[in-house]
Design a protein around this ligand. Sequence first.
Ligand SMILES: Nc1ncnc2c1ncn2[C@@H]1O[C@H](COP(=O)(O)OP(=O)(O)OP(=O)(O)O)[C@@H](O)[C@H]1O
Ligand SMILES: [Mg+2]
Length: 267
Amino acid sequence: MTQPNPGSIPGSSSGRIIGIASGKGGVGKTWFAITLAHALTRAGRRVLLFDADLGLANVDIQLGLTPKLDLGTVIAGRATLREVILRHAGGDFDVVPGRSGSGALSGIDPAALERMLAALRAEAAGYDLVLLDLGAGLDRAVRRLAAFADTLLVLVTEEPTSLTDAYAVLKLHGADRPGGDAVVVVNQATNRASGERTYATLARACSSFLGRAPPLLGVVRRDERVRDAIRHQTPLLMRHPNCPAAEDVEAIVSGLIEVSHTNRPKV
Ligand SMILES: Nc1ncnc2c1ncn2[C@@H]1O[C@H](COP(=O)(O)OP(=O)(O)OP(=O)(O)O)[C@@H](O)[C@H]1O
Ligand SMILES: [Mg+2]
């Protein structure tokens, strides 16, 4: 751990906030958020990874960090958001650790949540991108965080329950933030073609019942090295930089940065 980023260079940062959600638990949100943060950093972007899983925060566990202060300290009023930001030394991105394992923030009152979001919006100005690792489920706090994000990235796997939950996330997002920006990433895909078929199924349901389908941002293949990296509490791009899942996340970052096939601003 080293010191956090020194702050913003006026006018240089977009401060765009991307929320990563899935509805269903265990699809890979935390791993993907970490790997995306790392890949964006390697592409020269200043990134803050915010552990927004208020029930079961575990970005710090996957990264092997042992923070003295965390989001719980901020919500209790004993530290500012900036004071709890720490730098992942190997990955060079900043992290706001959640309150690990206690579930203490899952019942956060709405006013405290809004204060935290206002502080986050202010802090985001110092970064090109902020990634919110959201919790599973669709409780009040998850919905508020998803609607607060500038872009909602919905992670889905090939399992039918993941598809129905991803659809539910997108439906509620449409209600909570009409016209809001959303994108889809298929994770743990058997291969690219099968990942694209999963996306097509979700997109069809969205087009039929919600009137619009979010674009596919990318497909990440199932890869045993993901589990290995998590077990070693090391980012995948450090431990297995050339494996298929790493390649897929790098491709997503290239797409986010280089390609303007959508109307969304590049990062
Ligand atoms: N592309 C992948 N290939 C293989 N395994 C993966 C992949 N992505 C995620 N996993 C596996 O999925 C498991 C769950 O990942 P992770 O904890 O990031 O999910 P999550 O969606 O954040 O879960 P929760 O909803 O509990 O917060 C990991 O232990 C990892 O082994
Ligand atoms: Mg998680």
